[in-house]
Ligand binder design. Structure first.
Ligand code: M6R
Length: 595
């Protein structure tokens, strides 16, 4: 979490830093800050608040030769003024912005305090700045890069750092470990940022900084070193085609709504990329790995975990033993039963720290990793043996919508490829049509959403794939409305949760599968008898007259694609009626880059 930027050269620094931070705001939005360095002075602006507030704070004519900026998701210390980045060392030699977490910051802080260092904030970042200063002042060479290197050797944890050194306004220093950082090369200016997007209108080529690399950018130069000098290698800059990706709101009031409604295009794009006529387009070696695997192990978090639950059912249905683990659990309890497991990581961002932690564990045992991600060049993309991209287009709203759709659809296509079932093509065309129908009927969902928004607790029920969707719908609702919600398998109600059912509690049931339709409807009778307000979301084939929303028919195995969209609209409209900050819900961030 947290987004950082830096730049040095001829570009209008204020514009780059503030526009850049705005595009990184999805990474955290508790507080924000910038620092501008010239030969004469260093000026720091920071505040608890959003980038728009920072924009008001930084004078319009503010300029500098070198600068850095930060948008924060608080880890150490509440989001107040003193904890906002940038942080300066005590004597002002180093000013830094940081994305990551320093695990041993307490012991390092103690050491510095024992040497007389006074701290302003509760952050781990201020410790880094002061360590740099200590190493700098101690060394005879008085070389800031050496001080940075020495500091990095002291640090345990994760960091992407952009650093200003007060005596040199021609450079922005940087360092990276387990948190993303990209260098962009432009005309007479070089850039740093947590991802490519801030630099899209500025840089012409990019370099993704590797773990343990550090160095500096200047107007004309990029110097990248490695903490282990034997690992130093020539830098390869590359182009990105991201410019063609649309990141505007295009008239929509919120990114979330725009992204929900991009779902039909996402399906089409996946087919364009993974199906050619009647042929599937997957790497033969990857298909072979699937065939050799005696077990498929999915690792994911949040919404991606819910997509993995669907994936598990897909692969089980074609005879592949499959398990799903929440990555943060697997990281500490890595149970692997089979001899030849194939790991599938699902991650929209490709930067989720809980997954990155698992990579190392799996690499040690030598099993292949396939990452399914929306983010080319992300840490997981680069660390995996195979990557399948989601082609969902950038997802900006914190609540994941179209990425989930892409994850489930891609898993369905992969399953079809493994069994050579080309019917998926017509099946997905049906889904696209059903999605378009759903978009046309969204106001019916809005009416349900407005009714449930008035209640403090909402339950989602389903069985089989509908249960997986119930979990996702429930996560979406709590995330952006702050209404307490649970997703439950219909059959589990009477084993405990039914105690929570009383008059007017909303219970939303998904009914998509002939096999379980009668059973789930009978569960609904049980809650109706206790006064619950029941809403049924079914499909044409299984609909009853009294159902509240009916989707077009699709093949049952693809029903999560349309049912999840209903859940997304429900959350969206409920949040809208409550006046929530839909694209930036409280306490959350888009990429969860801390453990
Ligand atoms: O980028 P990832 O898919 O790895 O992110 C995983 C979760 O953090 C993410 O899905 C989160 O749950 C979303 N906010 C859900 O809408």
């Amino acid at each position: 979490m947290c987004g950082i930027v830096g730049s040095v050269g001829e570009t209008k620094l204020r514009d780059y830093l503030l526009h850049g931070l705005k595009s990184l705001e999805y990474r955290g939005y508790d507080s924000a800050g910038t620092a501008f360095l010239t030969k004469e002075k260093l000026e720091v602006f920071r505040l608890p608040g959003r980038i728009d507030d920072l924009n008001q704070l930084v004078p319009a004519k503010m300029h500098g030769a070198a600068g850095i900026g930060h948008t924060r998701w608080a880890t150490h210390g509440e989001p107040n003024f003193v904890n906002s980045h940038p942080h300066c060392s005590q004597q002002g030699y180093f000013t830094i912005v940081h994305n990551g977490v320093i695990d041993n910051f307490r012991s390092l802080k103690k050491k510095l305090q024992n040497q007389g260092c006074k701290f302003q904030s509760e952050t781990d970042t201020e410790v880094i700045a002061n360590l740099m200063e200590m190493h700098y002042l101690k060394a005879a060479t008085k070389n800031p890069l050496d001080a940075i290197k020495k500091t990095l050797e002291d640090l345990e944890g994760s960091y992407a750092l952009a650093i200003l050194f007060k005596k040199d306004d021609t450079k922005v220093y940087f360092a990276k470990l387990h948190s993303p950082l990209v260098i962009g090369k432009g005309k007479n200016t070089n850039y740093l940022a947590s991802d490519y997007v801030p630099m899209l209108d500025y840089a012409t080529s990019y370099y993704i900084i590797d773990d343990y690399q550090y160095g500096y950018i200047s107007q004309k130069e990029v110097v990248v070193k490695h903490l282990d000098p034997n690992e130093e290698k020539p830098l390869v800059f590359h182009q990105t085609d991201l410019k063609v990706i649309d990141i505007g709101l295009n008239g929509y009031p919120h990114y979330m709504l725009k992204e929900i409604e991009e779902s039909p295009e996402v399906i089409k794009r996946l087919m364009d990329n993974y199906v050619d006529g009647n042929q599937f387009v997957f790497d033969d070696v990857l298909i072979q790995k699937f065939q050799e695997a005696d077990q498929i192990i999915f690792l994911a978090c949040g919404t991606s975990y819910h997509a993995a639950l669907v994936g598990r059912r897909y692969f089980e249905s074609i005879g592949k033993t499959s398990r799903v683990y929440i990555a943060s659990e697997f990281a500490y309890y890595p149970e692997v039963k089979g001899k030849h497991p194939l790991f599938i990581f699902i991650s929209q961002s490709g930067e989720t720290a809980d997954l990155i932690r698992c990579v190392k564990i799996i690499q040690q045992q030598g099993s292949p990793i396939l990452t399914i991600t929306n983010t080319k060049g992300s840490s997981l993309d680069r660390a995996s043996d195979f990557t399948l991209l989601l082609y969902a287009g950038m997802e900006i709203a914190v609540a994941s919508t179209k990425a989930y759709i892409a994850q489930v659809a891609l898993l369905a296509i992969l399953r079809a490829a493994l069994i050579g079932n080309t019917e998926i093509i017509t099946d997905l065309i049906e889904v696209e049509k059903a999605m378009k129908g759903l978009i046309g009927a969204k106001l019916e969902i809005k009416a349900i959403a407005e009714a449930i928004a008035k209640e403090p607790n909402v339950f989602f029920l389903g069985r089989g794939l509908d249960y997986d969707v119930a979990l996702e719908a429930s996560l979406k609702l709590k995330e952006i409305t702050y209404i307490h919600s649970e997703g439950l398998p219909g059959g589990e109600l009477k084993h405990g949760p039914i105690a929570l059912i009383k008059k007017d509690v909303p219970v939303i049931a998904f009914v998509s599968d002939q096999i379980t339709a009668a059973a789930i409807r009978s569960n609904l009778q049980e809650v109706l008898a206790r006064g619950a307000k029941v809403y049924v979301v079914s499909n044409q084939a299984l609909a009853k007259e009294e159902d509240d929303f009916v989707t077009r028919n699709t093949k049952t195995y693809l029903s999560p694609l349309t049912k999840a969209m209903v859940g997304q609209y429900l959350s969206y409209y409920a949040a809208l009626s409550l006046g929530r900050d839909i694209d930036k819900p409280r306490n959350l961030a888009k990429s969860v880059t801390v453990e």
